[in-house]
Design a protein around this ligand. Structure first.
Ligand code: FMN
Length: 166
């Protein structure tokens, strides 16, 4: 690795690491839903239950997320590859063709997910191109639908994994 190709190697390392895929959502004061696909979602702590995700400040959803007191993290299931592709496109009415409801905190909740968190936003930390949001979970729910996995730019079914446990 040289200094010149560090960025390339960083990308290659990320491509080797599997993550889930989520759609982070927020509502405007008028109740219009906004959101984008993220794989930067992670648990921070359980007590209190804190979660983080990072959003590019140039995203069209960013101003709505930044001004929201509450946001939702919709953890996508294997049946939602079309949903992630839609929410990975910038702008437009992403909610027009999908089933969604409004959660207890006012955040948009997408139907058919493997799990969902509604968060009270606690911290917004600037990090060059991105802002790291840390939220406290105020509502959580899950289903039996298996999670969608993202690895090397492709999507996989988490119910089809081979265990390496003895
Ligand atoms: C699997 C996957 C993971 C992504 N993760 C992130 C992320 O963590 N943060 C981010 O800002 N964008 C992420 N993106 C890119 C955004 O979804 C994409 O830029 C989207 O067009 C933003 O929409 P918006 O401009 O309408 O807000 C990801 C895209 C994909 C396909």
């Amino acid at each position: 690795m040289t200094e010149e190709n560090l960025g390339e190697v960083v990308r290659a390392v990320h491509r080797r690491y599997p993550t889930g895929v989520s759609v982070v959502t927020a509502a405007s004061p008028e109740g219009k839903p906004y959101g984008l696909a993220v794989n930067s979602f992670s648990s921070v702590s359980l007590d209190p239950p804190l979660i983080l995700f990072a959003v590019n400040v140039t995203s069209s959803s960013y101003p709505w997320l930044f001004s929201a007191d509450h946001v939702a993290v919709n953890l996508l299931s294997t049946s939602q590859t079309a949903v992630v592709r839609r929410f990975a496109q910038s702008g437009g009415d992403k909610f027009a063709d999908i089933e969604w409801t409004t959660g207890q905190t006012g955040s948009p909740l997408i139907a058919g997910c493997t799990g969902r968190f509604e968060l009270a936003v606690r911290y917004k930390i600037p990090a060059y191109t991105h802002t790291v949001f840390i939220g406290e979970v105020v509502c959580a729910e899950y289903t039996d639908d298996p999670a969608l996995i993202y690895l090397g730019g492709k999507f996989f079914d988490s119910s089809d994994l081979r265990s390496t446990d003895a």
